[in-house]
Design a protein around this ligand. Structure first.
Ligand SMILES: Cc1cc2nc3c(=O)[nH]c(=O)nc-3n(C[C@H](O)[C@H](O)[C@H](O)COP(=O)(O)OP(=O)(O)OC[C@H]3O[C@@H](n4cnc5c(N)ncnc54)[C@H](O)[C@@H]3O)c2cc1C
Length: 491
């Protein structure tokens, strides 16, 4: 609120206030229990925002895309762990549903926002600290990776995080602890508030079962207030984006296959491919990174013979490289994920689907509609490192594989169902071709999955059984399963 007052003139504030009140009073029908709960939360020494405050509208719509916006009865934005410890049992007793938001980058409705319940906004949890001696970074979930990388870079360090600077830390680290950036697995020890208000610490030494569960269990156990990640020394890197014409997708995918097939894969090299058949101006982006200041490393040699439209690869700072992969904001968004093992013949079928699928045509026909495919190579080291650092919760198989994500964007709420169905249908097509030679892997990557995909169900029976055991121990009343409707739930 103070910040708003400093930024805008009083006249503007009253206009926003009147407009937002007009929208809100017609939109929200609050139950008496949520009204009562919000009144209780307001009496605490903390920061609770109700719908008659100007900043409510700003916070309600803070999620990255409109599909994720909600209409919470109130927004609870604690500053201290102790405030959360008092409030959470109150919320649980009231039986009012709630949502947890850190960066708010999940595009799915209800995942990090609420309709009629309480939205717990973790934006004030922004602690950032580096212990160089132990090589550990302590990070608040309310930060974005841009904040984290910029801070660590001033010490010439880095952590394994997201590929886009403005993406939120909390959901990503909780979701999977993984990143496409290197094959190293991010270590995370956490402070977490349980449903009864108690605080637990989970790491490879303490509460190891909970730590294991958090490496993929999403928001099913508690609210994370602080994370510790392994930090690695990093100076300048070589990297950037090579752009190719969409017609060259078959040769780019051949090069990708060759890159992925290297007998001794260079652990300093990684890449991601983003391509869109609906937008000629996007074409194909191959974003390459080599974690040493070495020009044109051999790891990417399969790509060097293909004509580029533009090429920004150079020796640069890590944050300069990350800034190039900026993704514009969209109005409405959905994405779908699928995984399969490395296979040259399958990649040819997938090129055909990316370019010619009827789902692509459908997206193109919608107002502002388009679809992109993101191709992410995952090596056996990811599963190996994950196992070595607390266990393989995701049930990853130790083979070279690709995690493919289709992202659909569009403008109109009326097209939500059509866009979601287009995502479902293109995944079905990929499933069909990947099953032909047994290349399909059931694993679904949480951070790229659509709301309707059974992410945790894809981790394998034994892992699901263990996750339920951990739930029994840390959330015996299944509060996070029952009262937090958003997010990927235990099956
Ligand atoms: C442009 C863009 C690029 C992306 N790039 C990557 C990438 O490179 N790698 C990758 O892995 N993912 C990527 N993602 C996906 C992104 O990591 C996920 O959407 C992630 O959930 C975002 O984290 P967040 O803090 O913004 O989560 P939010 O959107 O705030 O929340 C997402 C989920 O996490 C839960 N949650 C959030 N905070 C907490 C908490 N403190 N305690 C308990 N539960 C919590 C919420 O309940 C919700 O279910 C990208 C997303 C976007 C929009």
């Amino acid at each position: 609120m103070n910040q708003l007052i400093r930024t805008f003139t009083p006249g503007f504030i009253s206009l926003v206030y009147i407009l937002s009140l007009a929208t809100i009073s017609t939109a929200i029908k609050l139950s008496s229990s949520s009204q009562h709960l919000c009144q209780q939360l307001e009496t605490l020494e903390n920061y609770t925002i109700t719908s008659n405050e100007v900043i409510y509208e700003t916070l309600r719509t803070k999620n990255w895309v409109e599909t994720a916006w909600g209409e919470p009865a109130c927004i609870f934005k604690p500053r201290l762990v102790s405030e959360l410890q008092i409030a959470l049992p109150l919320i649980v007793d009231s039986n009012v549903s709630f949502a947890i938001r850190s960066g708010g980058h999940s595009p799915h409705h209800g995942f990090a926002n609420s309709d009629g319940g309480v939205l717990i906004d973790m934006g004030n949890f922004d602690r950032l600290d580096l212990n160089q001696e132990d090589q550990v970074a302590s990070i608040g979930p309310g930060l974005t990776w841009g904040d984290v990388y910029t801070y660590l870079e001033s010490y010439q360090y880095v952590v394994v995080g997201g590929r886009v600077l403005d993406v939120g830390v909390g959901g990503l680290t909780l979701g999977s602890g993984l990143s496409w950036l290197t094959d190293l697995y991010g270590l995370a020890c956490d402070n977490m508030v349980l449903a009864n208000g108690s605080l637990v610490h989970a790491s490879n030494e303490e509460n190891t079962d909970l730590f294991w569960a958090l490496k993929g269990g999403g928001n099913n156990f508690g609210i994370i207030t602080e994370l510790s990640l392994s930090a690695y020394p990093l100076g300048k890197i070589w990297g950037g984006i090579k752009k190719y014409d969409i017609k060259d997708l078959p040769v780019v995918m051949d090069a990708y296959y060759e890159y992925q097939s290297a007998a001794n894969k260079d652990p300093h090299a990684n890449l991601i491919i983003l391509t869109s058949a609906t937008n000629a101006s996007v074409g194909i982006w191959v974003s390459m990174i080599y974690l040493k200041p070495q020009e044109n490393p051999a790891a990417f040699s399969a790509f060097y013979g293909i004509n580029t439209i533009s090429d920004s690869t150079a020796i640069k700072k890590f944050t300069e490289y990350m800034a190039e992969y900026a993704i514009p904001k969209f109005e409405r968004l959905d994405w779908h994920a699928i995984s399969f093992v490395r296979s040259q013949s399958l990649y040819k079928d997938i090129v055909d689907i990316i370019v010619n699928s009827s789902a692509v045509e459908t997206m193109q026909s919608l107002a502002g509609g388009f679809m992109t495919a993101t191709i992410q190579p995952i090596s056996p080291r990811v599963a190996q490192q994950g196992k070595a650092r607390g266990g393989n919760t995701l049930g990853l198989v130790e083979v070279d594989q690709t995690w493919l994500a289709f992202t659909a964007a569009w403008l109109q709420p009326d097209d939500d169902q059509t866009a979601h169905a287009a995502g479902d249908s293109i995944i079905e097509e990929v499933l069909g071709v990947s099953e032909i030679d047994d290349n399909y892997i059931p694993f679904i990557f949480m951070n790229d999955a659509s709301w309707s995909q059974d992410v945790i169900g894809s981790y394998g029976e034994e892992n699901i059984r263990r996750l339920k055991q951990v739930q029994e121990q840390y959330d015996p009343d299944k509060v996070f399963q029952r009262m937090v409707p958003g997010g990927f739930k235990l099956p």
